[in-house]
Design a protein around this ligand. Structure first.
Ligand code: NAD
Length: 504
């Protein structure tokens, strides 16, 4: 963190439909992780600025909640078009501040764009139910009404997709929103917020504050915020869940992971190893759905040398460089953490089959690079197995039987994603039935659900009942009201006082 006033651009807050220069004295630099170039300075909003953002959202809710559903839907139709037109520009901003490759950055934007497309279908999603004649002349129906001011707190690893998981559906359902992006890479998020306003989101409906723990705690505590959506680490997510729940809010937290793949000996070897290498090392392992453990069952353990050879072919370089497979880690701190965990793996007795530390990357001498790294002989007690490394490090384990591998996964504290590689339908069915993990892939290494479904998670990977997009999020962002209704006409003169609870 700095207090400097150097002449680098400042990231603005966004309050009441306007970019706002913060008056804070606390700033942090946004740094290109491939070059260490300072791209911008991001403010840690003051308490007064946070208050203003919430007040703006509260005031805007009064009219926004009554805006016709078709008007809301058309804003998101326009928004998806604008995102499409700006996808290259958005990807370039994202790559510069986060490090992932340009095609992967476009994928980050695109997966968010799909949620925006879904928000444009809100007319079909926010429908209540009606039961006719629940008693004589009585009907019951439900209204799905917006909650008020909602808030989102997002992580660094998908700075386009995850904000787009949150505010489009919250706003489309009639709420107003306060977003707190990751302070590590807020620039692409801000460009998306500008485009949302260009698409017609009215002033006050979408506000942005920046900051760290203090801003997050202010969101958790604020009495005018009704719901909080969080995506990030399990440590912070658990804190947010407890603090915001205690303050009476609706909360959903999508959190950390340790995603395992099981490889059965009957799997298609070439396809499976390609999929595993891509899912373990793509985005430098900084995906919550990255594969970080692979369990080779029975004779599949003979595939380890082929997996190592595949990992060696991946090109490590700056994300903006054509042909790059593995870009830098987001920060020097992340580099130190990942390097430290690799060292601990060696000390604790795992076999380092491929050491990706300190790679020589031409033209990017200062980048935060770790090349693909593979450990074998990993046990469940080792740090490299227990901790979410969040880098391009794959732990290879061996199991004698399929069920032993399933038990290992179900015993892990996290349950975000998993994949099985096999040619057997019976094995796949057994896996789907027995595994306790939110996202399950069959020969699909990163099974992130598209927006007509909802992202989920088991055990330590998720708190709260409802997922961040899909049909579930319509429930998350609305209060269900049931109305039971009877109309008397002028001729209804019979009857008497009824003291029982039955409607007839
Ligand atoms: P993080 O938890 O450090 O940060 C997430 C957010 O919390 C940021 O906005 C940050 O400013 C804020 N924050 C940080 N420290 C805080 C504190 N002490 N008190 C209150 N708020 C605080 O996560 P990250 O490093 O940005 O992202 C990586 C993590 O996110 C990984 O654990 C990854 O698995 C997880 N993740 C999960 C999903 C999912 O859907 N399950 C998706 C993406 C990322």
């Amino acid at each position: 963190m700095t207090t400097s006033t150097a002449a680098v651009p400042t990231v603005k807050l966004f309050i009441d439909g306007q970019p706002v220069e913060s008056t804070t004295r606390e700033w942090r630099e946004v740094i290109n992780p491939a070059t260490q170039e300072v791209l911008a300075r991001v403010p840690f909003a003051t308490a007064e600025e946070i208050e203003r953002a919430v007040a703006s959202a509260k005031a805007a809710f009064k009219t926004w909640k009554k805006t016709p559903i078709g008007t809301r839907a058309r804003i998101f139709l326009k928004y998806q078009q604008l995102i499409r037109e700006h996808i290259k520009e958005l990807a370039a901003i994202l790559t510069a501040e986060q490090g992932k490759t340009l095609p992967d950055a476009e994928g980050d934007v695109f997966r968010g764009l799909e949620v925006v497309e879904h928000a444009a279908a809100i007319g079909n999603l926010q429908l209540g139910e009606l039961a006719n004649n629940v008693a004589g002349g009585v009907d019951t129906f439900t209204l799905l009404q917006p909650l008020g001011v909602c808030a989102g707190i997002t992580p660094f690893n998908f700075p386009a997709m995850i904000p787009l998981w949150m505010f489009p559906m919250a706003i489309a359902t009639g709420n107003t929103f306060v977003l707190k992006p990751s302070e590590q890479d807020p620039m692409v998020t801000m460009r998306l917020v500008e485009l949302a306003h260009e698409a017609g989101v009215p002033p006050g409906v979408l506000n942005v504050i920046h900051g760290g723990a203090d801003a997050v705690n202010a969101i958790c505590d604020h009495p005018d915020i009704k719901a909080v959506s969080f995506v990030g680490s399990t440590r912070v997510g658990t804190h947010v869940y407890n603090r915001a729940s205690q303050a009476g809010k609706r909360v959903q937290c999508m959190m950390g992971a340790k995603n395992h793949a099981i490889v059965l000996p009957d799997a298609n070897m070439e396809q499976s190893l390609n999929a595993i290498a891509g899912a373990a090392f793509g985005a430098a392992g900084q995906r919550c759905m990255a594969l970080s453990v692979v369990i080779l069952v029975g004779e599949a353990q003979q595939w380890l040398p082929a997996l190592v050879e595949k990992a060696k072919t991946l090109k490590v370089s700056g994300g903006a460089e054509a042909g790059t497979d593995v870009g830098p880690l987001v920060s020097c701190a992340a580099l130190d953490r990942v390097s430290g965990l690799i060292e601990r793996g060696v000390q604790e007795g795992a076999r380092l089959e491929l050491d990706g530390r300190n790679p020589q990357v031409a033209g990017y001498a200062k980048g935060n690079f770790v090349a693909p790294t593979i450990f074998s002989g990993v046990t469940a007690k080792m740090s490299v197995y227990r901790e979410e490394i969040f880098g391009p490090v794959l732990c290879v384990m061996h199991a004698d039987t399929f069920d032993e591998a399933i038990e290992l996964i179900n015993a892990n504290p996290n349950g975000n994603g998993t994949a099985l590689f096999t040619r057997s339908g019976a094995a796949a069915r057994h896996f789907k039935e027995e595994i306790d993990v939110g996202q399950v892939g069959i020969n699909v290494p990163i099974p992130v659900p598209v927006p007509m479904f909802s992202f989920t998670g088991s055990r330590g990977s998720k708190l709260g009942d409802l997922g961040p997009y899909g049909k579930q999020v319509v429930q998350f962002y609305t209060q269900t009201k049931t109305v039971t209704e009877r109309w008397f006409d002028e001729n209804d003169v019979g009857g008497a006082v009824n003291t029982t609870i039955h409607l007839k």
